[in-house]
Design a protein around this ligand. Structure first.
Ligand code: G6P
Length: 366
């Protein structure tokens, strides 16, 4: 009801603004990196496994794609990420030393539960879930669990569940690294410091809302949008495109920017807004040349830069700058303006934001 919504128009907006709290709650007890964060038996399981298989659907799948970058680069453990509904219907090659990781807000998604059981039948018995509902079927089915503390999520389009999943997956990368002897004490201390600062950093990103509303006014008149990102931020581009199509019904796709020339460049005209996730990282220079390719075809760029990106607004290039540069945790901050862009675009278009047509909050049938 209206009372619970407080100053917000929709649950989705409320949930976007709850993210600093949701992250603080999810990370509140964490004073050190230890496998026990994932359960009593986690140390022996992490010791035994030599690879990770992530299974999830929807937004949770994009959290998994982000986790692959973290786990491989921080823990040097190979990772596969599979869409749950595809994984269980293909013949794959099981490795018993796999840690099967399911990611699910609800813990009740039928495809993800079935994929987990399928993996088990193939002899992969070690499982961990990153889940937002402690009493869910997923938590019961898995050997290990990390419960995110996003709180009840009502908007069909997932927001605070996603950012808390990401924080848990980052902890997983660090914990695996520790057990595998790849985490120095200095890295551990720096990572905890960075995680603890997230709520404050997020608050500063949320303060960009008025600038994003101005962009949303322009987006509401579009029928298509392209989202670009590279590396760690490619999954964030995917999530931004998903949010926009789910609630505003604008057709949106995401590409890793290096793939532009292999297809989507043909779509770029003055009518095609190109949202670019452009924090300062080792791929930024390459991304800038991808942006030039878009400009040369008359495409309008809407760039989310960060404190270190050094990209300025010019003709056809609109820039919103996140105040800080956030290193490896940057995806958690960069997804927030994309959530707000989708939300406000949907508001301008007058769609049913919290209950978009044809979609359900949790899909418990195949
Ligand atoms: C539905 C929801 C999405 C969610 C997906 C996976 O499609 O609309 O927001 O990402 O299910 O749900 P889960 O609860 O498993 O994360």
């Amino acid at each position: 009801g209206a009372a619970e919504l407080g100053p917000y128009r929709h649950y989705m907006q409320k949930e976007i603004f709850e993210q600093p709290r949701a992250l603080a709650d999810t990370l509140q007890d964490i004073e050190a990196i230890t496998p026990e964060l994932f359960g009593d038996k986690a140390y022996s399981v992490f010791k035994e496994i030599d690879n990770v298989l992530i299974l999830a659907c929807g937004t949770s799948y994009y959290a998994g794609l982000t986790a692959r970058y973290w786990i491989e680069s921080i823990a040097s453990v190979p990772v596969n990420v599979e869409i749950a509904s595809e994984y269980r219907y293909r013949t794959s090659v099981p490795n018993p030393r796999t840690l099967v990781v399911t990611i699910s807000q609800s813990g009740e998604t039928a495809d993800t539960l079935s994929a987990l059981k399928h993996a088990r039948r193939l002899g992969m018995t070690h499982s961990l879930t990153i889940c937002n509902v402690a009493t869910s079927a997923m938590v019961r089915e898995c050997e290990l669990a990390f419960i995110t503390r996003a709180g009840v999520e009502i908007g069909v389009a997932s927001t605070k569940a996603f950012t808390t999943q990401l924080s848990a997956l980052y902890l997983l990368a660090l914990s695996l690294a520790q057990v595998k002897g790849k985490l120095s004490e200095e890295q551990e201390a720096n990572s905890i410091k960075a995680l603890r600062h997230l709520p404050v950093a997020l608050q500063a990103v949320l303060a960009l809302e008025p600038q994003i509303i101005a962009w949303a006014e322009e987006f509401a008149a579009k029928e298509n949008a392209l989202f670009l990102g590279r590396g760690l931020h490619y999954p964030i581009a995917l999530e931004g495109a998903l949010k926009l199509k789910e609630i505003s019904y604008i057709h949106a796709e995401a590409y890793p920017a290096g793939e532009l020339k292999h297809g989507p460049l043909a779509l770029v005209t003055g009518k095609m807004p190109v949202v670019t996730v452009a924090p300062k990282d080792e791929l930024l220079e390459k991304l800038k040349s991808n942006m030039q390719e878009v400009r040369a075809r008359g495409g309008e760029l809407y760039v989310f830069a960060d404190g270190n990106s050094q990209i300025g607004s010019e003709d056809g290039v609109h820039v919103i700058r996140l105040p800080e540069h956030y290193g490896q945790l940057s995806p958690i901050l960069h997804v927030v303006p994309l959530q707000l862009l989708a939300y406000h675009t949907a508001c301008v278009r007058g769609t049913d934001v919290d209950k978009p047509r044809n979609l359900a909050k949790s899909v418990t049938v195949e």
